[in-house]
Design a protein around this ligand. Structure first.
Ligand SMILES: [Zn+2]
Length: 363
């Protein structure tokens, strides 16, 4: 074991004898009898094994018995993590330096005792394909790369335009490039160890930053590929749904529900297929990218979508800037079959193998 103090928790003293780890009452732990811990705490950075910590503390004048008592108290309080060195060794030195906050946040989020090592290992093996390299897609790709996702690729047939620039994404030097290449350059700047290649392998998750491209959504659903819809237009951010084909509501389910409320929706939807960033300013784009990154990472880390974007979406509207969830249950007439799987719809006779073609034909 290479003990490391649970990362992400600030270390403060309540008095000379009581050490408090964390400030937020939802995570904080107070330990008494820690008057000799001041020398030991800085040694718990994951660079030494248990014996190494004892030796270093002894060299600083702390008895072995005291060190073991401090370590025992910290371990009993769940304040120690065991960061696997083998996980860190898979990273380039530059990545090791920047991944610390990601590990700390993951360790706190999931309560793992490995300092985020398991989460990092999952992310390193993951492949996310982002469709659309505009200001949202590029910023999202950069965030995922920085968060430790091993392979992130951007697909886009458009050239980068001045309105694609954003502080978290494309810079001036990236203009006049295909947007996918611009996204790759952004990732190379942020996380040079991430793979940006895309040879058509099956990703673990796709992200659609232009969800009105219904043929692409249908293709992903037909292939059984999980995908997250992300949109910013008319000054409104929409993150979700995260579609697990055949298991949760898809974008076609959403369109069918909308069409029942607004008969003109299919005609409107057809006109939205053209790429555009109308009403999505820089701050909104970066906010969307950050919330989308949260949902992508939750899916990669746990293997299931966050509750907020399963059969629903998160929406944000100026000027109150408060996230709200809108529910989009599976639609009984959608050929994706999610309504049947969830038990909320009638039996349908559509065969999964023909789903994609049937769906495309419906447009
Ligand atoms: Zn559906």
């Amino acid at each position: 074991m290479r003990p490391v103090l649970k990362a992400g928790l600030r270390v403060v003293w309540r008095d000379r004898d009581t050490l408090q780890l964390g400030v937020d009452p939802r995570r904080a732990v107070a330990l008494s009898g820690m008057s000799d811990a001041a020398v030991v705490i800085p040694l718990l950075d994951g660079s030494r094994d248990w014996d190494g910590v004892v030796t270093a503390a002894r060299d600083a004048g702390i008895s072995v018995k005291t060190v073991q008592r401090v370590l025992g108290l910290l371990a009993a309080a769940g304040a120690l993590s065991d960061l696997p060195q083998s996980t860190l060794n898979t990273l380039a030195p530059v990545a090791r330096g920047r991944i610390g906050p990601e590990l700390a946040a993951a360790s706190l989020t999931y309560g793992h005792s490995d300092g985020g090592g398991r989460t990092l290992a999952r992310r390193r093996l993951a492949f996310v394909r982002v469709h659309g390299g505009g200001r949202i897609g590029t910023a999202l790709a950069g965030l995922l790369a920085a968060a430790g996702v091993g392979q992130v690729a951007c697909r886009d047939g458009e050239l980068a335009r001045p309105q694609d620039l954003s502080p978290a994404g494309l810079g001036l030097a990236d203009l006049n490039l295909p947007r996918a290449d611009g996204a790759a350059r952004v990732m190379a700047r942020i996380a040079p160890d991430v793979r940006t290649t895309d040879h058509g392998e099956r990703p673990d998750l796709a992200v659609l930053t232009e969800p009105a491209r219904t043929e692409l959504a249908a293709e992903l659903t037909g292939a059984g590929l999980p995908h997250l819809a992300v949109a910013g237009a008319d000054g409104v951010a929409v993150i979700g749904p995260l579609v697990r084909p055949g298991r949760s509501a898809c974008l076609r389910c959403q369109d069918l529900a909308r069409s029942e409320r607004d008969p003109a929706w299919p005609l409107i939807l057809a006109q939205l297929a053209r790429p555009g960033d109308g009403g999505c300013d820089t701050v909104l784009a970066v906010t969307i990218a950050a919330q989308a990154a949260v949902q992508v990472l939750a899916f990669l880390d746990t293997g299931r979508p966050g509750a907020a974007v399963s059969d629903g979406a998160l929406e944000l509207t100026a000027p109150d800037w408060q996230w709200r969830r809108r529910s989009w249950p599976p639609h009984p007439r959608c050929p994706c079959g999610a309504a049947l799987a969830s038990g909320s719809g009638p039996l349908m006779s559509i065969q999964p193998s023909g789903m994609t073609e049937n769906w495309k034909g419906e447009r």
